[in-house]
Design a protein around this ligand. Structure first.
Ligand SMILES: Cc1cc2nc3c(=O)[nH]c(=O)nc-3n(C[C@H](O)[C@H](O)[C@H](O)COP(=O)(O)OP(=O)(O)OC[C@H]3O[C@@H](n4cnc5c(N)ncnc54)[C@H](O)[C@@H]3O)c2cc1C
Length: 380
């Protein structure tokens, strides 16, 4: 079994830190400039056991729990948020839903190779004209013989170009709302399933973000995940876990921005810079507490939806705030294109958007704190 021999979060953290410092830090600038990761990165992550984090050993997992997972994602994101996001998506919104909703046969076919890094996963909910309000999907499926035929398009899909399997959501009737949506496992190479474009992004460069097209994609019944019509629930449950992972990635960027800010303040110290560093330190500490709290609740088997939204909302905001103030502290150096402070701000700025925007986290939390009348659409 790859990964460290002891499996506590502290051990996983030091294991990931060593990998990030030796392997990711030296290539960080190149990954950003070239917007691509080394072709060997998947096999390297697999060899470290990262693809099997928090997956039970019987399904090929490498131990650890949610706290180990957030520790690993934070450490990777300090030097490469692109690698951290690749892993976060693979683990929490691709592999975990297959484990939680899959039949024994689906688990055997997909979860084991995903956990061992022999397959890469992606999650495709967003469409060219559907984002936060996921109940309005327009990618359609129809039943044919004993299987399904899918048509439509998916947009902004992380890992979309190289994923071996995509957990994808489609509706039998765009007017049917949440109850019309089903979840499908679509293998790469299925006839009619293609990558239409790779998107060039502001930040998280190196993380693949793609448009996928489905043109008469035929799937057998074994590719339906969960009950027909239960896809919205599969997606929402996956996204709650996904938010904890993305919060950890944002935390890693916030920490990198804080360390950069502190080094720049130390190089040319002034009192106003000390105040900025102090505020950033407080925000970073608070973000860490919220990420830890969400992961701890998950590990304890407690409801963690609100904790996940708090962590995602706050860590993303902290990353942007610290990286932005870091540019002030860096002064003239922060104005240089491709400089580290500039890259960190571009990376940070993507986190309030992915896996449910900040406004959507506020809606989720607000509705939990001040209950909404029945029937309101639950956006993500
Ligand atoms: C780098 C990157 C990677 C991504 N990876 C994936 C992926 O792997 N899989 C996937 O399915 N999707 C992915 N996405 C899509 C992402 O989840 C969506 O961008 C996100 O859900 C928001 O949808 P939208 O961009 O269409 O914004 P919209 O929903 O159009 O929202 C636009 C603005 O309006 C606000 N808004 C919307 N509704 C409300 C409301 N009810 N109340 C208040 N404000 C509101 C939003 O907060 C936002 O500021 C990715 C996006 C990015 C940028």
């Amino acid at each position: 079994m790859p990964g460290p021999s002891a499996t506590g979060a502290t051990t996983w953290r030091s294991h990931a830190r060593a990998f990030a410092e030796t392997r990711l830090a030296p290539i960080a600038e190149r990954v950003d400039r070239e917007d691509s990761l080394p072709s060997t990165i998947r096999s390297e992550l697999a060899a470290e056991g990262f693809f099997g984090l928090a997956i039970p050993g019987e399904w090929g997992g490498s131990g650890g729990d949610a706290q180990s997972t957030v520790a690993v994602l934070e450490e990777l994101a300090v030097h490469s948020p692109a690698v951290a996001v690749l892993l976060a998506v693979h683990l929490s919104v691709a592999t975990t839903p297959l484990l939680e909703w899959g039949t024994e046969e689906q688990r055997a076919t997909f979860v084991r190779p995903l956990a061992q890094g022999r397959l890469l996963g992606a999650f495709a909910l967003t469409e060219p004209s559907v984002g936060s309000d996921a109940a309005r999907l327009s990618t359609r499926y129809r039943r044919e013989d004993s299987g399904f035929v899918l048509d439509g398009a998916k947009m902004f899909i992380t890992n979309g170009g190289s994923a071996d399997i995509v957990l994808l959501f489609a509706t039998r009737d765009p007017g049917a709302g949440r109850g019309g949506i089903s979840a499908f496992v679509v293998p790469r190479g299925t006839q009619g399933f293609s990558v239409a474009q790779h998107l060039d992004k502001l930040g998280l460069r190196g993380s693949e973000t793609t448009e996928l097209v489905l043109d008469g994609v035929r799937l057998g019944p074994e590719h339906l995940l969960g009950p027909e019509g239960g896809g919205f629930q599969v997606a929402m449950q996956a996204l709650v876990g996904g938010r904890v992972g993305i919060a950890a990635c944002a935390l890693g960027v916030a920490r990198a921005a804080f360390e950069e800010m502190k080094a720049n303040a130390t190089a040319e110290p002034e009192d106003w810079k000390r105040s900025v560093v102090a505020r950033a330190f407080t925000e970073l500490s608070a973000a860490r507490s919220l990420v830890d709290a969400a992961a701890s609740r998950k590990d304890a088997g407690l409801p963690f939806e609100e904790a996940a939204s708090c962590a995602k909302l706050f860590a993303a905001r902290a990353a942007v705030e610290i990286a932005s103030r870091g540019l002030d502290v860096a002064g003239r150096r922060g104005a240089i294109a491709w400089s580290r402070p500039e890259r960190l701000l571009r990376d940070a700025r993507v986190f309030p958007i992915v896996e449910g925007t900040t406004e959507i986290q506020e809606l989720i939390l607000g509705r939990a704190l001040v209950p909404a009348p029945d029937g309101l659409p639950v956006a993500r």
